[in-house]
Design a protein around this ligand. Structure first.
Ligand code: GLU
Length: 507
């Protein structure tokens, strides 16, 4: 039974890189008929940000990434928030000490700082490891009895992992193959802190084990920690059930050099967070995909392809298709560059898949905001006609406004280019034609384009564009006759009359 977890720390809004990690876990779980778990890793109390956990839940819910167990829905392996599991970690730290895999350390922050400076002065880097640990204040250098005495006397301490000297540790990564590191390169990481909380490393391994996690799919930034994690499984005697690891490639800046950051988003004008985030401390607001008008399906599709491909040229894939096609073998080892044009392309494609009624609902909101009333059928008709020109719902009003409001001004450049002095006469003729021929496409087309414009040797572009200026205010929009038929005979005539009256040209 596959069991995977998404294990964010509630330190702020969820970066889209984190969203992608959640998505890949979800696709993997669903494809294998497994379970998807949301665990909140909040052992670092200093970095805790109020509202972040709720934000993460809301963001993943918006994107349709569903959980089977988790902090918000419970489940048989709960609690799912590490601070609520606090009481269980100490025994595991003590087990490691008993078995010779860890030790108590009493070094004060100032003492560690002094050591660091000493090394720096010699152009070396201090590392708390097998070469240095006996020079420090810990249960190995002081002896267990003295250590116990200090603990009983209430002296603060941490628990550190004791790496064996000079062994090669291999992480079998599903994406990268075997990654080997020598223990001499690794420091004796703190597992348990003086505040009685485990660190990420201890809590993460204990939880993955006790929650029966089978696969750990997470960002590449955790690869350097993986050898410690592998050693912890060994130290606990849990090697047989150690999860398989997959470290995902980084999301890179559009230029490709370095990790995609919030600042890149600000600089280039795209969100790096799924939802808008209001920072509780600074009050700063960071934009979100949802508030920008992106559809969740578009964001999911775009993120799925940032670091993975189905092995074919197919780009548009629904969540169900992604679940079918996803495979860890096709995840790239290289970082994936963020591409704003591609994000917009996906958004446009997905916007086109909305029904006319769904687009109309967005348009209706724009009308409500402006106190404009129109029949539902009319709004749906306009939505259907204009959809292909829309990428974001916020484009709707600008693109469709003239279906609901007569122009109040006329684009000067367009007027100067098209509206020659004789246009007043031609526009009066348009009114006459509309008043006499049946109000339907072919009849208007014949009377206007064939029997009037062509028969009199007029310039079709000039006349039709002037008509468009009269009706729309500028020379953009759908087929002119369709437009006339949509806004109606009376309204068209009113607009043309007004244009004749208002547009003054120097002859
Ligand atoms: N809490 C870690 C994070 O914020 C989880 C890393 C992991 O999945 O092991 O990314």
């Amino acid at each position: 039974m596959v069991r995977v977890r998404f294990a964010p720390s509630p330190t702020g809004p969820l970066h889209i890189g984190g969203v992608r990690t959640a998505l890949y876990n979800y696709l993997f779980a669903r494809q294998n008929g497994g379970k998807m778990i949301l665990r909140i890793e909040d052992t670092d109390q200093n970095r805790f940000v109020p509202g972040a956990e709720q934000y993460i839940i809301e963001a993943l819910d918006w994107l349709g990434i569903q959980f089977d167990e988790g902090v918000h829905i419970g489940g048989p392996y709960g609690p799912y928030r590490q601070s609520d599991r606090k009481a269980m970690y100490r025994q595991y730290a003590e087990q490691l000490i008993r078995d010779g895999w860890a030790y108590y350390a009493f070094d004060k922050p100032e003492a560690l700082e002094t050591k660091r400076k000493e090394y720096e002065a010699q152009k070396k880097t201090f590392q708390y490891d097998c070469n240095t640990r006996l020079q420090m204040e810990n249960s190995l250098s002081l002896g267990m009895e003295e250590a116990q005495r200090r603990i009983d006397a209430g002296e603060p301490y941490v628990v550190r992992f004791q790496f064996p000297d000079n062994i090669d540790i291999t992480v079998h990564d599903m994406i990268r193959g075997d990654v080997t590191m020598n223990s001499r390169l690794l420091d004796d990481k703190v597992l348990f802190k003086s505040d009685g909380m485990p660190t990420y490393h201890l809590a993460n391994i204990v939880d993955d084990h006790t929650m029966d996690i089978t696969h750990v799919i997470r960002g590449e930034e955790w690869l350097p920690s993986a050898p410690l994690h592998v050693m912890l499984y060994k130290a606990f005697g849990w090697e047989d059930t150690m999860p398989r690891f997959a470290h995902l490639p980084l999301l890179l800046k559009p230029e490709g050099n370095g990790k995609l950051s919030k600042r890149d988003g600000d600089r280039l004008g795209f969100p790096v967070f799924p939802l808008e985030w209001h920072d509780p401390k600074s009050g700063e607001i960071s934009s979100g995909y949802r508030e920008r008008g992106y559809l969740p399906q578009a964001v999911v599709n775009m993120l799925a392809l940032m670091g993975w491909n189905p092995g074919t040229e197919q780009e548009i894939m629904s969540m169900d298709e992604l679940i079918k096609l996803f495979n860890v073998e096709h995840i790239s080892k290289n970082g994936a560059k963020f591409n704003l044009d591609k994000a917009k392309w996906f958004q446009h494609e997905y916007f086109q898949m909305l029904s006319d009624k769904e687009v109309a609902a967005y348009l209706q909101k724009e009308l409500d905001a402006r106190g404009i009333t129109a029949s539902h059928d009319y709004v749906v008709k306009v939505a259907g006609m204009m959809k292909e020109r829309i990428t974001f719902p916020s484009d709707l009003w600008e693109t469709c406004c003239y279906f609901f409001e007569a122009p109040t001004e006329y684009n000067e450049k367009d007027v100067a280019k098209r509206w020659t002095p004789d246009m007043h006469i031609h526009m009066a003729k348009v009114i006459e034609i509309l008043n006499t021929v049946p109000f339907e496409h072919d009849a208007i087309h014949k009377a206007l384009l064939d029997d009037y414009i062509a028969a009199n040797g007029l310039n079709t572009g000039k006349v039709m564009n002037s008509l468009r200026i009269a009706v729309v205010g500028r020379t953009v929009g759908p087929d002119m006759i369709t437009l006339i038929l949509t806004i109606g005979k009376e309204e068209t005539i009113r607009r043309v009359e007004r244009a004749i009256e208002k547009i003054r040209v120097n002859s």
